[in-house]
Design a protein around this ligand. Structure first.
Ligand SMILES: [Zn+2]
Length: 306
């Protein structure tokens, strides 16, 4: 049984696991990464690998990280949520300490691989994954070719597709981005603006369900906006399915049916495409990074055999 180490790196902590080729998580640990500089982060990563790999044979290491990632080079090109990390040659730096094969990929892409391997996408030939969390992320997956990375490793960045031309300014420099309307953060900010008090998304969605004056129109607009986005994406990509993940999926009893109905009514081919909630939850990143690490090892074996 092959085993790999997988790492899901975030701005506040790092989740790591020992995973076998059947997607069983054998060991798991979480350590803080808060405000860590580049060198400390590399040391933290290496320390976690050594700890998880104790007494077992490890094939490879897969790492999911925030930011745009050149997977071939193992380099993080730009990481706005983990700014110290921008420009880091993760693979090279770790190879000074650890001699295992290492593969690095963007966190949203890695989550999509987790879903493709053992989650909602396991029976789909292709899908578009949308992550509705604090921000909005995305990934494009096809069974035959894997993740679509794009020419400059920015493929699938659906959070910065424009939903409202000339709309709310976004941190990326554009205006009217999806992330300014469909993220948990934006919903909470809009509610605060209208209602004059701060509530979290679970409370806002629950309030909307019982006709709250400010929450109801916000959630209705969230549903129609998401349906518009799905319609555009479906007409561009024609995927076999959409997988929707992220924190807002846990509140889907308040919005899923409405979005599905609006999407299927307005999209010219909407009834043919599967609309599925992500199923691997918090483990998506760990499983996807493991899948990637297992694939990397196979590629290496194939090369050495030929
Ligand atoms: Zn943007």
């Amino acid at each position: 049984m092959k085993r790999v180490i997988s790492i899901d790196l975030g701005g506040t902590n790092l989740k790591a696991a020992l995973v076998d080729q059947e997607a069983n998580i054998l060991r798991r640990l979480t350590v803080p990464t808060n405000k860590m500089g580049r060198t400390a982060l590399i040391e933290q990563l290496a320390g976690v690998m050594k700890k998880l790999g104790q007494d077992v044979e490890i094939e490879a290491v897969g790492i999911g990280t925030p930011g745009f990632v050149n997977r071939e080079a193992g380099r993080v090109l730009l990481a706005t949520n983990l700014s110290e990390w921008t420009g880091t040659d993760v693979e090279d730096e770790l190879h000074r300490i650890i001699s295992l094969p290492i593969v690095v990929e963007n966190d949203a892409n890695v989550a999509a691989l987790g879903e493709a391997w053992v989650g909602a996408g396991r029976n789909l030939d292709s899908f578009f994954m949308i992550t509705l969390g604090t921000g909005v992320g995305g990934a494009i997956f096809a069974r035959s070719t894997g993740i679509w990375n794009g020419a400059s490793y920015r493929g699938g960045e659906v959070g910065h597709a424009i939903l409202y031309p000339g709309g709310k300014p976004c941190a990326c420099g554009q205006q009217g981005c999806v992330e300014q309307y469909l993220s948990g953060r934006s919903i909470e900010a809009t509610f605060e603006q209208l209602a004059g008090k701060r509530l979290r998304c679970p409370e806002i969605f629950a309030a909307a369900a019982v006709g709250h004056e400010q929450a109801t129109p916000i959630v209705n607009r969230f549903c129609s906006d998401l349906a518009v986005l799905l319609t555009s994406l479906n007409n561009i990509f024609d995927p076999a399915g959409f997988i929707i993940g992220g924190g807002l999926v846990h509140l889907r009893q308040f919005w899923w049916a409405k979005v599905q109905q609006a999407f299927q009514t307005q999209c010219m081919h909407g009834e043919a495409v599967a609309l599925l909630p992500a199923t691997t939850g918090n483990s998506a990143g760990l499983l996807g990074a493991a899948y990637l690490a297992l694939g990397l090892k196979r590629e290496h074996l194939d090369e050495s055999n030929s």
